[in-house]
Design a protein. Structure first.
Lengths: 529, 55
């Protein structure tokens, strides 16, 4: 079928664009562009039908600009009307040559002609050459400008000033007399961040989740009018620890760590502790009061006073020893103070609680999606960790070789003995390092095994509690409870301390729990990327 | 990290606020990361406080 061709005068649509706030305020503003386009249309006897505006560049993708999307929608909605699109300057059209011709081609395919007050489009080879040169010139200016801005920002970073516009919690921008700005502490957030980071460093907050709970309690996001502090915010806080210690670094631009000009919120010692803790997650860390006889001792708190229960074997009248948990608070302070709880009763109550927890398909699916999402992150961490280990192995091998050579070459027996002792120490370190973590090709296998364990605990926490190691029992507690479980000598464990995820377990029930368990675990390995 | 919307899709017909879904997501991420770290980095998870060295 032949398209209906409209022979009437074309309708003009104005397109204006700025790519920064500065441009918007200066002479390149949207209003100025629109005004010049209207003037030009008047001169050629046309009138504008609609104006499409963009305040972002689209970063080389014209289809990311909302104004362009709106323009195309409008054009496609009126396929039989004849339009022309006018824009103020060729540089407003696109930011590079590729984008220029793609955008132009998308308009031409819709039968749209282009008008620019300071450029005459022509389909001749000479016209195309000039247009290409003009687009290339704008691309050059744009890139050159970008390079200059980056160079200035990098120089500023190298001098110890933070230069990016994004907000840094705990700091505000303070203007300097030379027109530049510096980060200055902003209360109360700065103090909250200090306490959070120091708490993480000193193990007052052992995990990121503990820091998260602390920030939540302190209403950390009150200023942002947000209630919930998500874990990702804690991650960002920990990543920024060097900045909070008064340092500046920006590895993407090869700016090494150096003293910054802004005021520190935490000490360098705290920073070191935070970084050590983040890097040493591979180590076994365990409470000193861990004991196979009392697996709940590190966690369970007394319902009377909130203090953690202690536990021990107590000698009875007949000389036999009996295991008990108890609150060590004075009976005047706590109604359960100094009262013993039989180990068997407390642990049975706990197991009964676990027994009632049944999984739900949606939650299992979400967990699986989270594991998939973590694959890339963990793979990168694993590679980095392997690289660090390889470097350390190489260093140790060189040192061992050096010590051995010295031991062989020296004629002094005492020195030879010292070199040998030193070499032995290094060999032990090397041995520990090479047996420490799975090899690269084992990553997927270990990842798969870990995923299976996640699903096992999720689907049957009671089973994991009965058969797992102390560490695994700790994981069960972490999943099931929001913080430490609280035990009441009379009423047992309440449900108020259950984590939100576990509450979701309960509310749905156990109608298809077995299906979920088997389905997920059996298909897991095949789904590892 | 999965967005709240992505989490909703996996949880299907559960009627929860975005805030609650965010909490569930955080619990599961934290838990999953601990188990993964235990397997991938050979040691064990940090359960609290002090480090056990070669005991």
């Amino acid at each position: 079928m032949k398209k209906k061709i409209n022979e009437t005068k074309p309708i003009a649509l104005i397109y204006c664009r700025v790519s920064s706030d500065r441009q918007a305020k200066e002479g390149h503003g949207l209003d100025s562009q629109e005004h010049r386009c209207r003037q030009h249309l008047q001169n050629i006897g046309m009138q504008a039908d609609r104006v499409f505006r963009d305040e972002i560049s689209g970063k080389g993708e014209y289809l990311l600009r909302p104004g362009v999307v709106e323009l195309f929608k409008y054009l496609d909605k009126h396929p039989y009307r004849k339009f022309v699109v006018i824009f103020d300057d060729l540089s407003r059209f696109a930011r590079d040559v590729k984008e220029h011709f793609e955008f132009k081609s998308a308009l031409k395919n819709r039968g749209i002609d282009l008008i620019c007050p300071n450029f005459q489009f022509s389909d001749t080879p000479e016209g195309e050459l000039i247009e290409t040169l003009m687009a290339a010139q704008h691309q050059y200016h744009q890139r050159n400008n970008q390079r200059q801005v980056c160079q200035k920002m990098r120089a500023r970073l190298e001098l110890g000033y933070w230069t990016f516009n994004s907000e840094v919690p705990g700091y505000i921008r303070k203007n300097l007399p030379d027109g530049q700005w510096i980060l200055a502490k902003a209360e109360p957030k700065a103090s909250i961040i200090k306490e959070a980071l120091e708490g993480f460093a000193s193990h007052r907050f052992d995990t990121k989740t503990d820091v998260q709970a602390f920030l939540q309690r302190k209403d950390y996001l009150a200023e942002n009018k947000q209630k919930r502090v998500y874990l990702s915010r804690v991650d960002r806080l920990l990543e920024r620890a060097p900045m909070y210690a008064g340092l500046i670094e920006y590895p993407d631009w090869d700016v090494d760590r150096r003293p910054g000009k802004h005021e520190a919120i935490i000490s360098l010692k705290t920073l070191q502790q935070v970084e050590d803790k983040l890097q040493n997650k591979k180590r076994v860390r365990i409470r000193q009061d861990y004991n196979e006889d009392f697996p709940l001792r590190p966690y369970v708190a007394c319902a009377g006073c909130g203090k953690k229960l202690t536990a021990s074997w107590t000698r009875g009248r007949g000389g036999n020893y009996h295991p008990y948990y108890r609150c060590t608070n004075n009976s005047k302070i706590c109604k359960y103070g100094n009262k013993s709880i039989q180990k068997e009763k407390l642990e049975m109550d706990f197991c009964e609680l676990l027994q009632t927890l049944k999984p739900n398909e949606g939650l299992a699916n979400l967990t699986k999606a989270i594991l998939n999402d973590l694959y890339d992150k963990k793979h990168t961490e694993f590679k980095d960790s392997t690289k660090t280990r390889d470097r350390e192995v190489k260093r140790l091998e060189t040192e061992i070789e050096k010590m051995t050579q010295r031991a062989v070459n020296t004629k002094n027996e005492i020195m030879a003995e010292r070199y040998e002792t030193e070499a032995s120490k290094l060999i032990s370190q090397l041995k520990a390092l090479t047996t420490e973590q799975p090899e690269r090709d084992q990553f997927d296998v270990s990842f798969g095994t870990a995923c299976e364990e996640v699903m096992e605990i999720l689907n049957n926490p009671r089973n994991k509690w009965d058969s797992g190691s102390l560490d695994e029992k700790g994981l069960v507690i972490k999943l099931v409870f929001n913080g430490d479980p609280v035990y009441d000598k009379i009423h047992g464990f309440g449900t108020t301390d259950l984590s939100c995820a576990i509450r979701l377990f309960e509310s749905i029930g156990a109608t298809n729990s077995q299906d979920v368990e088997m389905g997920v675990i059996e298909t897991w390995r095949s789904q590892i990327r | 990290m999965l967005s709240i919307e992505e989490c909703k899709k996996h949880l299907k017909d559960v009627d929860l606020t975005d805030e609650k879904i965010g909490e569930i997501r955080d619990v599961l991420y934290s838990f999953a990361e601990d188990v993964l770290d235990k397997h991938l980095f050979s040691g064990s998870v940090s359960l609290n406080g002090h480090e056990k060295e070669d005991k």
